[in-house]
Structure formats: C-alpha cells, structure tokens
Design a protein around this ligand. Structure first.
Ligand SMILES: [Zn+2]
Ligand SMILES: [Zn+2]
Length: 374
C-alpha cells in the first residue's frame, strides 16, 4: 500500500462487464477489426451473427460455432465490432463470453481495468479539456470501479455497461485524452486511512461542495465534507456552461408533478413554494409547498430527484437555488448541477487551468485523502 510505483498486479487486472445490459438481445452481428479474432477455436474472417436458440448460442456467417451453452471470442488486438438493428455499433477488445439467459444473449466482456477506466473517463469527462482534470477523474473513477466490483457478482460479472454502474461504450469511443489520463495514473487509487475512498463526484458544485450526510442522511464520510470551491466570488467551476440557471415552474405544472410524486393529494393544487431551511453549504435543505388548505414539507433532495425523474434533469439542476414567486409561477434561480458531493468536475477543470496538478485537485475535493496503489 502507498508504494512509490504501481505493482503489476493492479494494472493487469481484468474486469467483467456485461455489454448492452439495457437491451434485449436475440441476435447480434460481429465483424472483426483486423486480424486475430477467434470464435471458439476458429478464426473470424468476416461478418458473422450470433443468435440465441433455446438455451444455446449459435454462430453463423463468417464463422460456424455452436450450438453451445457458452462460446468465447478472443479479440486481443484491435477488437471486434458488435452491432444490430436496434443496437449502437461498438468496438470491444479482450475476451467476450456469449451465453443465453431467459432466451436472450448475455455477453460478458473481460477487459483490462485500464482500458475500462479510459472508457468510463471518456463518458464522464467528455466536456472537459484539461489533462490534469482527466487524470483526477481517472483516479476517482478507478477507485469507484474497484469499490463496486461486486455490484453484479451474483449474476456472474462485475459491472454493467449502463449508468446503473458506469457508462461504458467500448473501445471505439475512447478519447485520446482519457486514454492518456488513465495511462499516466495507471493503478493509482485514492485512499483515506488506508482504505479506498468513496469517490463521489458531480458536474458543477456552484461554488461550494456539499457534505455527504446532507444529501444522503444515513451516510457520512470524513472526507466528503463541504469545501469552498475556490476564491470567494470566483469559484473554480464558474467557467462551466450552465453554471447559473433559471427555471420557471407554473403552478399548473408544479401541481401535476407534486401529485405524481405523492407530495400532495389528487384534489390539492399548489399556490406557492418557498425554501424553509438552508444547509450549511448554501443549498436549499427543505421546501414548503403551499396548497389551498395546508403546507407540505419536502426535502430539497426529494424535490430535486422527484422533478428530475419526471421532468428531466435539466429543469432543476441542483438544490442550490433561491425561489422567486410570480403571479402564477415560481422562478428557481440556481447555481451548479448535480448532488454536490465530492469532486466538482468543472471545478477540477478550473483548477487545472490555473495550473493545479491532479493530486492537488483530489486533495482539495476529498480532504484528508491521499493517492496510492493497492
Ligand atoms: Zn450495474
Ligand atoms: Zn465547483
């Protein structure tokens, strides 16, 4: 632990990712990218198709294999393209194991950890430009991944490729900067007192990050505490597009959302809303919604999630907002985007533009932690 150089063990690790985990797959097309792709014992020379037939997998076209319970594909070099009529076309490398579960194909990709980290960072840091911000994201994502390797262990793999775990779209979409960041921080993790840290992150804090327990009341970590994100009046993340936002919500719309969320009864209509208490980071903590006969209290976190799930996540982007009342509407005047816990990704970008290195960035957002290797 906390050695000077990454031991080979961490960097050569493989993780098992379930591909197309949100899709129903009866069949899928394969196409080799260059030489060296094998299906079972045979070379894959051209386009082929894998199909679920009963409990068995069958390959035909450019290669014949199966029917068998499982078929392994080795795509060690440039990889293999997967595609289908309703599927995004994606390039994968490493070993892919095909089997059938409930009449659908189940594809598990054993991929080198660092390739997977680069893929995840591409998705998470796609809007940023600074390499040091990408490196901070790589360490945070790698630590997050290693802490969540048991997410799907009962289903025979480590992580799924949807946002339920971490978005992973294969090799073809990995950005050069994400690849460079994962290579430069190879095997590096974030620790608190010798344990891998819970590396939560979000898009834009709005000027001050949030203490974990104010967002998730039953959880607390000594390094997930509110920090001021840069000099007063000039937060690091103020460079972010969408740093400040305003959303007008008419009472008709608020009534509909509040009924759907179960905050008010079907015969109640909303007449007003105000922030009734504030958290120490300046975020709204509790809201009061006024109906024709009573006042209903809703935590700001429930409001943020409730609106997000029903009206999309761009309507109310964070809980750092003030409420201004109009005749038949309320105006939310807000800062930032996301839950505010842990690293502020746009703040990391801002710090990097000011010359901070990724380890300084991580220490800023996760005070008391240090980087190392396991
Ligand atoms: Zn998952
Ligand atoms: Zn910030």
């Amino acid at each position: 632990m906390l050695l000077a150089a990454a031991p080979a063990q961490a960097s050569n690790r493989l993780v098992d990712i379930r591909l197309y985990s949100l899709h129903k797959l009866h069949s899928i097309n394969l196409e080799p990218e260059g030489e060296g792709v094998t299906v079972g014992e045979r070379q894959l020379k051209g386009p082929a198709k894998a199909t679920a037939r009963g409990q068995l997998v069958v390959f035909d076209g450019g290669v014949k294999a199966g029917p068998a319970r499982t078929v392994k594909i080795h795509a060690p070099l440039k990889g293999v393209w997967l595609s289908g009529p309703a599927l995004p076309r994606r390039l994968y490398t490493g070993e892919l194991t095909f089997s059938v579960e409930r009449n659908q194909l189940k594809i598990i990709n054993s991929v080198p950890l660092e390739t997977y980290v680069a893929g995840v960072v591409t998705g998470e840091a796609g809007d940023l430009s600074q390499l040091e911000a990408y490196k901070a994201q790589a360490v945070a994502s790698r630590t997050y991944i290693l802490k969540h390797l048991r997410n799907h262990i009962g289903e025979g793999y480590n992580l799924c490729d949807s946002t339920h775990c971490q978005l992973y779209s294969g090799l073809g979409s990995i950005s050069p900067k994400a690849r460079e960041a994962s290579d430069a921080t190879r095997g590096e993790l974030l620790f608190y007192k010798g344990e891998p840290a819970a590396t939560f992150y979000h898009s834009i804090c709005g000027g001050r990050t949030e203490t974990m327990t104010f967002v998730w009341p039953f959880e607390d970590k000594p390094y997930l505490v509110s920090v001021r994100d840069g000099p007063p009046g000039k937060p690091y993340c103020s460079i972010a597009p969408g740093f400040r936002w305003k959303t007008k919500i008419y009472y008709t719309g608020l009534t509909r959302l509040a009924r759907q969320a179960g905050w008010i009864l079907p015969d109640e209509t909303t007449r007003g809303m105000r922030v009734s208490s504030w958290g120490p980071s300046g975020r709204a903590a509790e809201l009061e919604i006024q109906t024709q006969r009573r006042t209903v209290k809703v935590t700001a976190t429930d409001f943020y999630h409730g609106i997000g799930r029903r009206a999309g996540w761009t309507a109310v982007r964070s809980t750092m907002f003030k409420i201004l009342s109009g005749k038949d509407y309320v105006m939310l005047d807000g800062l930032g985007s996301g839950h505010g816990v842990g690293m502020c990704q746009w703040g990391a970008e801002g710090m990097a533009r000011k010359g901070f290195k990724y380890r300084d960035i991580l220490k800023h957002y996760y005070p008391g932690t240090e980087t190392g290797y396991d």
